[in-house]
Design a protein around this ligand. Sequence first.
Ligand code: 28F
Length: 640
Amino acid sequence: MAQTYTAKDITVLEGLDPVRKRPGMYIGGVGSPGLHHLVWEILDNAVDEAMNGHAGNIHVQLHADRSSITVADDGRGVPVDRHPRSGKSALEVIFTTLHAGGKFEHRTYRTAGGLHGVGASVVNALSAELVATSKRDGRLWEQRFRRGRPLAKPRQLGSARGTGTAVFFRPDPQIFPKTEFDPAVIAERLEVVSYLHKGVRVVFDDEGRGEKRVFQHADGLQDYLTHIVGARRAPTVHEPVFALGKDHDETGSRVNLVLQWTEATDEHVRSYVNGVPTGSGGTHENGLRAGVGKAVRNFIETHGLSPKGVTLAADDIREGLTGVLSIFVRDPQFQGQTKDRLNNPETAAAIDSAVRPALEHWLNQNISAARAIVARIVIAARAREASRAAQQEVTRKGVAAARLSLPGKLSDCSARTAADRELFIVEGDSAGGSAKQARDRRRQAILPLRGKVLNTENVAPAKVLENKELSDLVTALGCGFGKTLNLEKLRYGKIIILADADSDGNHIATLLLTFLYRHLPPLIQQGRVYLAQPPLYRVDIGKETFWALDEPHRDRILDRVAHNGHRGKAEITRFKGLGEMMPKVLWDTTLNPETRRLLRVDVSDRLLTDQVMNGLMGRDASARFQFIMERADQVQDLDV
Ligand code: 28F
């Protein structure tokens, strides 16, 4: 502290031209953050002087135009004596030399905004006007600059009481598109400065508004914590708070930390590196989390406080944790888009090993606070388990709700995977009733069609849903249609049209195929759509009944029966409709996957199919169905 500096301690590096050529390299950019960065640089120098015990007051005057500002401290005042070799004063060197440093720099953590701590010379280079004044040895000195160049040597203005440094500057409009400072941004930063450096009195004088605010906190981070906890309006879990202050360890870094658990359900820790907020965290926060976790777990284990039936997650331990971490490191590396995440790998272990033993010790010394904290953590763990159970309940109810919104007339099947599920679209209520009784309830769902199916050839999607039968079908399929089609949501692996083999049945089947082809083409392209083959003839011979799918089938049955020497007369009935079929018969002939015959609708030739569809639909649906059936008869897989 008794160290004294003279101008010869300063190492001279380079001029300021590069700064004006590429300001972004030095202050990040020329937007609002870059503009305010100038203030933080000068403020840092004042804070340094305060941190080292030489200044107790910092004064920031935002002038009425908001485009110029004065920062002052009551420290020792920048030396103005002449450097022997360069013939320049220390003040001039500091303000005109990039990376000017000396012993002064080694002792401090200059980094406003994490950009190398470029200092006063960069501010000077980017200012249209800068006036530095220094009070030392009872005299007041001043040096003026324009765009970084001194207008004259420092001159003595007269005598002065006390000591200190003041810097007035006006950011250069040639560099910054907008040169107005934001008083709110400055005030917020000054308040944080007053918390991070306890005792320092920071005055913000907003001349434009005629407002003066004083920030001063004797208890620094602890006051900050009280402020944050108060603002969050969450009751605290314990008193006193945990506080850690570690000065200048082996690595030359400093750690200040305050922690308090609250009833809030989130974690809220603010962190700073060299006075710069690190909103995106980084290695110091990682180290803190690790240290807190280990300390608390250790305490819980040593005191046999582990809860029964629930394991503590890391997030449980930090639920409601509120705190401030402020560290000072020599060479901070900042990362991320906004350079607000610390990336020094060694810092994680350093913070972890500083926090863990200190917190563990504190827990043991403050046993009632510690027990309250542990109780809070156990509640967090139990709440997490309970909310996960509730979440699962909601999901389960969600599935039930989805089921409720299915068409009332759908008799769904119970299998869970779409591949195991078939949807039978059945013409008519009575046929639907039979199918419902006959089906395999696990794998086969029945959707009876009652009303008319809209002819959707050339119909807009919105119109499609006005048709009850089709909107029920869309709902049952679950996958949307047209532009909203999402096959992952398809609820069935096979879609099977079960219609009578008469003209009404043909008509309905054709309309359904048209809809699927126009609005859910992938279902057909993937071969998921089928036509069921209910029998067309009933053949009774003596006590035996046979069902024939079509004429050739009927004749084959008759031949076989004659061949087997049956004498009785065969009675042949043309099939009257699905509705009159006994469930058992419907199962055997049409539904049972072991014995049924399905026709797969196949559209390998899309262009041809399109032409066929357009050519046949609209005029004579049954003719078109006849066309389908004729071809289906020949090829098993329906080839439109
Ligand atoms: C408004 C911004 O910049 N305050 C400063 C000091 C004090 C000393 C100093 C500054 C000299 C040789 C570099 C005084 N007496 N506020 C400020 N206060 N710089 S900047 O010295 C700079 C060194 O190398 C100072 C004795 N030692 C240091």
